[in-house]
Design a protein. Structure first.
Lengths: 295, 444
């Protein structure tokens, strides 16, 4: 009994901090989302409107488009990052000279702040003076400069390439950690049985790499769902709103237009979606033993 | 209901303020008396480069004329939307400083309707000398809320080495562009501010006026889907389709278009007066001495239109020194100071009388004749407290139509529907009549 009390006392600072920095802002945002509150229109006051903001969210075309853009961005960029990351990890897992230097070099893009990476890509894809357009024209691949950032479909190319360039190293590193935990003897045994390299990859590497892949997926999905800085710098969500992800729409509503009530409702929806995704993944990981996840 | 909440909020704020005052007084009591008992006025606005130099010099002169006042120039972001966001957050918190706010012409009615700036009625300002279009933007419900500091105006820069005179009509402009292209002229035709931001609306407004359209009618209804507006946007779209406006320009702001024109890569450029002095510098500009400025062209059914921009000075409604603040803004917007500003920073003064002064002619890089020619066509943007939100909705649809995601008619239809819904939802039309002097002066 006494021990239990001591435990609570010892836990109190941690619980208090969580309440203060996580639960309180969350609760406040939820409360705010039940009001109509527009900082730029004080004459409307701050009336309680119940779930009206959420009803607006449900029928807001721009919101659903933003969700679509976010999902598209997440699926395409994560697929590319996993594929490329796996290749890099397999390469780095081999023993060769200067392996340490190669590993450090591969990780470099991950160390660059996203805003800087986004600015770099912006300069590269700027037309007609950007290096990409100049290269395409010099090599004769294109005869006209490609206008990357003003086309509603083509604007995704610089966005996704920039994300892949920056985040593949992170995925590669996670997968490399997973690879190093796989018992070498399995491959030896398979080789003796006459299994091809492709068969080894499919039947040994990938199944045993599943925990690492799941961890990479979780991190990347949650990150991709909140993508903001890259789009803010590269396309600003344009042309029109054709590359606007949900985080940027929320930012514009809350901080650009200062619609606190509606912006809060959007934030809560985004929170719920991210939380749901995280829960889903955690359940999925439940099928994997904890020891494996630690890999 | 609304008033009840407001009343309660104010009550809480008053209590909090009272406690703060007591605490501050207690703290102040601990300190030795200050040697400086002057009133401190804070002015927030553009304070970079030449603009910063001229406002600092003028503030120092004002301090000598009015020894009871100390002026502090507070730097704020030069990016308009960031500055706006900052001001709104401060004023929501009822902060008394900065005492004087530099407002973009399209913010004045928003700040006035919100009760964040003081009506200037009690000082009986004579506004006859200012251009009427500028004063109209500084009034809300017929009451003056700000004084014009300097004026901005959209104009057409043209190449004097490629044609004898600037085009007067849209058709003439298109012909000139086609001729320049078939003669192997500059790579780009017309360049403008096409990124999705306020700049795009200012360009659109000039095409819109050329065709006789407008954004809002006198009753406050959005009419931006009228046939004239569709014709205007279709013309813009066709210029892009034909390659007479480069598609890159749909990601450009002022500076990208200036670089393009200044490098000799464009036939025409739509831009503001600031570009004139910069492009006249033969060290940096390849078109120095080979360009001129003129009003934007017109089309059948409309008139040449020049979007009116510019900056105003207004007094924070929560200031503790309204009279001193007024003396300072009256001083800064007086003819002598606006003339000096034109000379040092190249800004256009909003006072008509100055355009007869030989001093202004030599101060302005473009000269008084051209400036006056363009200013004659000055057209303000809609004066409404929700201008920024309306513009936001319009920007998206303009950008969609001009990047080929939808056609001009349906883009403008969507924009007008959304904008009118916002007008209804925010009750601004009722506000324009109901609110006069009572609600616009917040409880102190």
């Amino acid at each position: 009994m006494k021990e239990e009390r001591t435990a609570w006392v010892l836990l109190a600072p941690a619980l208090g901090s969580i309440l203060l920095v996580a639960m309180f802002p969350l609760g406040w945002t939820m409360w705010e989302s039940l009001h109509q509150h527009d900082l730029r229109m004080p004459w409307l006051g701050r009336p309680f409107v119940g779930l009206a903001n959420y009803a607006t969210v449900a029928t807001d075309a721009r919101f659903w488009e933003a969700i679509g853009h976010t999902a598209f961005f997440a699926v395409v960029s994560i697929a590319l990052e996993l594929a490329l990351g796996l290749v890099l990890a397999l390469a780095m897992n081999r023993t060769f000279r200067a392996r340490g230097i190669v590993r450090a070099a591969v990780l470099l893009p991950w160390a660059i702040p996203t805003v800087v990476a986004a600015l770099l890509s912006r300069f590269m894809f700027e037309s007609p003076w950007g290096v990409i357009d100049v290269l395409l024209m010099r090599t004769g691949v294109a005869h006209q400069p490609v206008v990357w950032l003003a086309g509603s479909h083509i604007a995704w190319v610089p966005l996704i390439l920039a994300d892949v360039w920056k985040t593949t190293p992170f995925v590669a590193l996670l997968l490399l950690a997973g690879l190093q935990n796989i018992d070498r003897e399995l491959y030896e045994a398979a080789a003796i049985d006459g299994a091809s390299a492709w068969w080894q990859l499919r039947r040994i590497t990938l199944p045993l790499l599943k925990p690492a892949i799941v961890v990479a997926l979780i991190f990347r999905t949650l990150d991709a769902f909140r993508v903001f800085d890259l789009v803010y710098v590269l396309t600003g969500g344009g042309p029109g709103t054709s590359t606007e992800p949900i985080a940027l729409y929320t930012f514009n509503t809350l901080l650009q237009n200062l619609e606190f009530g509606y912006g809060a409702a959007l934030s809560v929806v985004v929170f719920a979606a991210t939380f749901g995704l995280a829960m889903l993944y955690i359940r999925w990981m439940g099928g994997v033993s904890p020891g494996e996840v630690a890999a | 209901m609304v008033h009840d909440v407001r009343h309660r909020t104010r009550h809480v704020i008053r209590i909090v303020r009272g406690i703060t005052l007591v605490a501050v007084a207690a703290l102040a009591g601990c300190r030795p008396a200050r040697a400086d008992d002057r009133v401190t006025l804070t002015l927030a606005g553009s304070a970079l480069g030449a603009e910063g130099a001229v406002v600092t010099a003028q503030a120092a002169r004002f301090e000598r004329l009015d020894p009871s006042v100390r002026v502090v120039i507070q730097r704020t972001p030069d990016d308009a939307s960031q500055r706006h966001q900052l001001f709104v957050q401060w004023l929501n918190a009822h902060v008394g400083q900065p005492d004087i706010l530099q407002l973009d012409v399209v913010w004045t009615s928003e700040f006035a309707a919100a009760g964040w700036i003081l009506p200037l009625t009690r000082w009986h300002t004579d506004t006859h000398d200012f251009f009427p279009g500028v004063v109209a933007g500084d009034e809300w419900n017929g009451v003056l809320y700000a004084l014009p500091w300097w004026t901005d105006i959209g104009m057409l820069y043209w190449r004097t080495d490629l044609m004898p005179r600037p085009p007067a009509t849209m058709d003439e402009m298109t012909d000139a562009l086609r001729r320049a292209r078939s003669a192997g002229g500059p790579r780009d035709g017309l360049v403008w501010q096409g990124a999705r931001y306020e700049g795009l609306v200012t360009v659109f407004l000039e095409f819109l006026g050329a065709y006789g359209g407008r954004i809002m009618d006198d009753s406050g209804r959005v009419v931006v889907d009228a046939p004239q507006a569709v014709a205007a946007l279709t013309r813009m779209r066709d210029l892009l389709r034909e390659g007479l406006v480069p598609r890159d320009a749909m990601t450009w702001h002022e500076e990208e278009s200036r670089f393009d024109f200044q490098n000799g890569d464009a036939v025409f450029m739509r831009n503001w007066p600031y570009a004139y002095a910069l492009m006249s510098d033969s060290g940096a500009s390849r078109v120095a001495g080979r360009f001129g400025a003129a009003p934007m062209p017109s089309a059948p059914g409309g008139t040449p239109t020049a979007t009116l921009g510019g900056q105003q000075l207004a007094i924070n409604a929560y200031t503790e020194h309204p009279d001193a603040a007024y003396r300072l803004i009256a001083y800064l917007t007086a003819p002598a100071q606006e003339l000096e500003r034109a000379r040092v920073a190249g800004t256009l003064p909003p006072r008509r009388s100055l355009y007869d002064e030989p001093a202004l002619d030599s101060a302005l890089p473009m000269g008084v004749t051209v400036a006056r020619q363009v200013l004659e066509h000055a057209t303000p943007r809609p004066v409404t407290p929700i201008y920024s939100q309306l513009s936001d909705l319009l920007q998206i649809q303009l950008h969609r139509a001009l990047t080929g995601q939808t056609d001009p008619a349906s883009a403008l239809h969507t924009a007008a529907a959304g904008m009118n819904a916002l007008v209804e939802r925010t009750h601004v039309r009722e506000l324009a009549h109901a609110q006069h002097s009572d609600a616009s002066i917040p409880a102190r």
